[in-house]
Design a binder for this molecule. Structure first.
Ligand code: UDP
Length: 357
């Protein structure tokens, strides 16, 4: 039986790995061992996803968090290498674009262990984003790149991947698999809509460094959300990093802030909201999965097909642009029945490929 070591550490990775892990368990042909790097550690940023999404308990938890990028990546590299030398897996699986992704890929490739990168090929072309550095480097040292979109394939081609021995497979988006699977039962598990008394509302999240590190940017975003909140209630499950910065700088919000929620609550809010506003990568796609427009509070997006099809507007932190996008989408009707991210079988394709290689 092939042995796979999965390396995860941050919230979006738990969601992506949940979809793939479920298929691995079903086939019974792969032995998956999970390393949790500890990047996210609060119950509502980590444990809740393992419980709700039935992700197997990690065999190892490195408990590395709250450090600078270099220190965090370095410590992860050391911890992951030690485990890989003992476990000697056939494959290491890494997801997305965090420090855990890069540390996992680097540790494995130096030990000549094959690396599969899920959600590969995405680019924002903004080198100031830590995620962009992690993506580019992880892709370059991976054995197989599982790419979600045509634009991701084009990005890789433009970087010369035709000349590299990397296997590139367009498998669709594992987040679509997760959304489709867990949406079937989310209503049974979540009471968030009635608990918060939500009717017409905007669902927003805010946590990326480009928006939280500069207080002026953060203040502009708060102003914009406050203005929209005066028209339609805005609900923000707030990331701990943003919460800490708001407290430190005594920044006040007029909209509703709640603690981060689990995936079932998130799906229910996605089903019921009028619009999504976010700087999250994953949430931009989830808005589309649940047929909602999205205003992206960043200067670039990796999910360019959403913009091309007019489901998403990328507005940065410009108050005027945010307000205009809100007015544009507020009563807009769109046909979301277009296949941009596969048929919900992205995880099956990954598992089949790993079994063959
Ligand atoms: N999410 C969640 N609870 C929350 C906020 C987000 O379950 O309170 C989910 C969201 O639905 C998406 C993922 O977390 O699946 C996105 O993660 P995040 O925004 O932290 O990271 P990014 O996608 O920007 O890498």
């Amino acid at each position: 039986m092939k042995k796979i070591v999965t390396i995860i550490g941050a919230r979006p990775q738990f969601i992506k790995a949940a979809a793939v892990s479920r298929v691995m368990q079903k086939t019974k042909l792969l032995n998956e061992i999970i390393i949790h790097t500890g990047q996210h550690f609060d119950d509502n940023m980590s444990e809740i996803f393992f419980r709700e999404m039935e992700i197997p308990k990690p065999t190892y938890n490195l408990n590395i968090n709250g450090l600078s990028h270099g220190a965090m990546t370095g410590q992860m590299l050391e911890g992951i290498e030690r485990i890989l030398m003992q476990e000697k897996p056939d494959w290491v699986m890494v997801y997305g674009d965090t420090n855990s992704t890069l540390a996992g890929a680097l540790a494995a490739s130096k030990l000549h262990i094959k690396v599969a990168h899920v959600e590969a090929g995405l680019r924002s072309f903004n080198y100031k984003m830590p995620e962009e550095i992690n993506r580019i480097l992880t892709d370059r040292i991976s054995t197989i790149l599982f790419v979600p979109t045509d634009s991701a394939i084009k990005n890789l081609e433009a970087e010369g991947y035709k000349n590299f021995p990397t296997l590139i497979i367009k498998n669709g988006d594992v987040m679509q698999d997760a959304a489709m699977y867990y949406a079937k039962t989310s209503e049974q598990h979540s009471k968030i809509i009635s608990q918060l008394g939500l009717e017409k509302f905007v669902l927003a999240t805010l946590h990326r460094e480009e928006n939280t590190n500069d207080i002026n940017v953060l203040q502009r975003l708060l102003n914009a959300l406050n203005k929209i909140n005066a028209e339609i209630p805005v609900v923000v499950p707030l990331h701990p990093r943003t919460k800490k910065i708001l407290t430190q700088h005594n920044l006040k919000a007029e909209f509703k802030i709640i603690d981060p929620v689990g995936y079932f609550d998130m799906i229910e809010m996605l089903k019921h909201c009028s619009l999504v506003m976010t700087d999250s990568g994953g949430l931009q796609k989830e808005a589309f999965f649940f047929q909602k427009h999205c205003i992206t509070l960043r200067e670039q997006t990796e999910w360019v097909e959403l913009v091309e099809h007019d489901f998403n507007k990328v507005v940065g932190s410009d108050e005027e642009k945010i307000k205009n996008a809100f007015e544009y989408f507020r009563n807009k009707k769109s046909d979301f029945n277009i296949n941009l991210y596969g048929n919900g079988i992205a995880s099956e394709i990954i598992v089949e490929t790993l079994l063959k290689n």
